[in-house]
Write a protein of this length. Structure first.
Length: 161
């Protein structure tokens, strides 16, 4: 016995619900705060690693860096002045020591000259420390200035702003 079946189209379909997730997702943020000056990308844009995403107004950071540089210049000028004073104080102390050997000055004058030399040497050391601190502050603020420009850490597609 044979059977005849009607001819029909066969359709395969799969229905599923879900959400697509990117393989790699990176949140990008800023280390400095301020007004956004420029947004260089939009949602859906494709970016390459290193492309500018946005820029925060750098004016405040730039002014801080310039003030730090001025402070550093001032401290260096003060150091030059103190080093000249130290050299003079050393010469005066040496002169007083030679003169006391010849009994041409008092012991008190020698002691005053040596004390003045130690004071000026301490001021020179203090300025060296201040310069070191000012250089550190400047480096930190220069880094913050660089952080006003935000770049893409990886290549991909911008999914949200």
């Amino acid at each position: 016995m044979s059977m005849i079946l009607p001819c029909a189209d066969v359709e395969n379909a799969v229905t599923a619900l879900g959400a697509l997730q990117p393989r790699h997702y990176v949140d990008v943020g800023a280390q400095v705060s301020g007004q956004i000056r420029q947004i260089a990308v939009g949602v859906g844009d494709t970016v390459n690693k290193g492309d500018l995403l946005f820029e925060i107004d750098p004016d405040i950071q730039q002014a801080t860096v310039e003030a730090n540089r001025a402070t550093l210049d001032s401290l260096r000028a003060q150091l030059a002045e103190r080093e000249a004073e130290r050299d003079l104080a050393r010469q005066l102390a040496e002169r007083q020591q030679r003169m006391v050997a010849d009994e041409a000055t008092s012991l008190e004058a020698v002691q005053v000259a040596e004390a003045n030399l130690r004071v000026v040497e301490a001021r020179v050391k203090s300025l060296h420390a201040q310069i070191k601190g000012a250089q550190s502050t400047l480096q930190g603020n220069e880094a913050l200035l660089r952080y006003t420009r935000i770049y893409a850490p990886i290549a991909g597609t911008v999914v949200t702003l």
